[in-house]
Design a protein around this ligand. Structure first.
Ligand code: SPV
Ligand code: MG
Length: 296
């Protein structure tokens, strides 16, 4: 757990590296992110909410989000970056959150400057921000509460999502950075990356930038590098891919009534045993059987 945090810190300190994180909602999702060679897992509030079939609007509790993120810590060696929405309330909730997420072995938490209860950034209603001072207090509280300095606090700026000016976004990012945030996540819902690029060009602070290019999908890694962006989060593509795949298979099966018609669309059982760690379990079982035979 400590080394998962160290891994993330080392990646941030490596100036040649762009960190690529992928969203997940459970241990299996995190494992698939790892197997496919990405650097970190984003314990996405949107994904976890969707997995409970509940809106991404602080309907789930911190305990449910933390449980999902903790399963990911156990399942992979990758650093887990936990989407903690607004910090689940005010400064008092942030303090509890940091204590619990740090104890669970999470590498980083991300909090956003919206009013609690938050609303997903792609819904056009209720995108209200809290005032800069109050959010700075939340960041200070998070920084002062952490025990391990490698446990990172990411401050997410929602000003562009909420329709505020570029200046407001920059001023907020400066204030959050000066309150001790380790990274600044600047979010945008535009279809092209121009406002993100503008933000990055105007960003003169050393605090590294994180983006979530859900809507500006043409973005490539050369542009990311050119704009000095340190981390890219592909927040929900894995879950969206799986929903599409499951719907396709179930609709074919419903139409044909023959399992053979969907065979080629399915992962092999062996692949699932591998993901479960079945072979390691059987090897261990055998070892302990041998030990007890040797004792008699
Ligand atoms: C999430 O994945 O929960 C995020 C990213 O916060 S977004 O849905 O783009 O707001
Ligand atoms: Mg979220």
């Amino acid at each position: 757990m400590i080394s998962q945090r160290k891994t993330l810190k080392d990646l941030i300190n490596d100036s040649t590296k762009i960190i690529r994180a992928v969203g997940a909602h459970n241990a299996l999702g995190a494992k698939l992110v790892e197997i496919n060679g990405f650097d970190a897992v984003w314990a996405s509030g949107f994904e976890i909410s969707t997995a409970y079939a509940r809106p991404d609007a602080n309907i789930l509790t911190m305990t449910e989000f933390l449980y999902a993120a903790s399963q990911m810590v156990e399942a992979t060696n990758l650093p887990i970056i936990a989407d903690c929405d607004t910090g689940f309330g005010n400064v008092n909730n942030v303090i509890r959150m940091v204590k619990d997420y740090e104890k669970a072995g999470i590498a980083a938490v991300c909090i956003e400057d919206k009013l609690f209860p938050k609303m997903n950034s792609f819904i056009s209603t209720r995108q209200n921000l809290i005032c800069t001072e109050e959010f700075c207090n939340k960041i200070s509280a998070a920084i002062n509460t952490r025990v391990d300095p490698n446990f990172l606090v990411i401050a997410r700026v929602e000003a562009l999502i909420a329709g505020y000016s570029m200046n407001e976004a920059l001023e907020r990012a400066v204030a959050y950075s000066e309150s001790g945030a380790d990274m600044i996540l600047i979010h945008s819902k535009q279809k092209d990356p121009s406002e993100i690029f503008e933000f990055c060009k105007k960003w003169t602070h050393k605090t590294p930038i994180v983006i979530v290019p859900t809507t500006y999908t043409s973005l490539n890694l050369v542009q990311v590098k050119e704009h000095n962006i340190k981390m890219v989060i592909y927040a929900n593509q894995a879950l969206r891919a799986s929903i599409k795949a499951v719907n396709k298979v179930l609709s074919t099966l419903n139409n044909t009534g023959i399992l053979k018609s969907i065979d080629s669309e399915l992962a092999k059982m062996d692949e699932l045993f591998e993901l479960q760690g079945m072979n390691e379990m059987l090897a261990e079982e055998k070892l302990y059987q041998l030990m007890s035979i040797q004792k008699v």
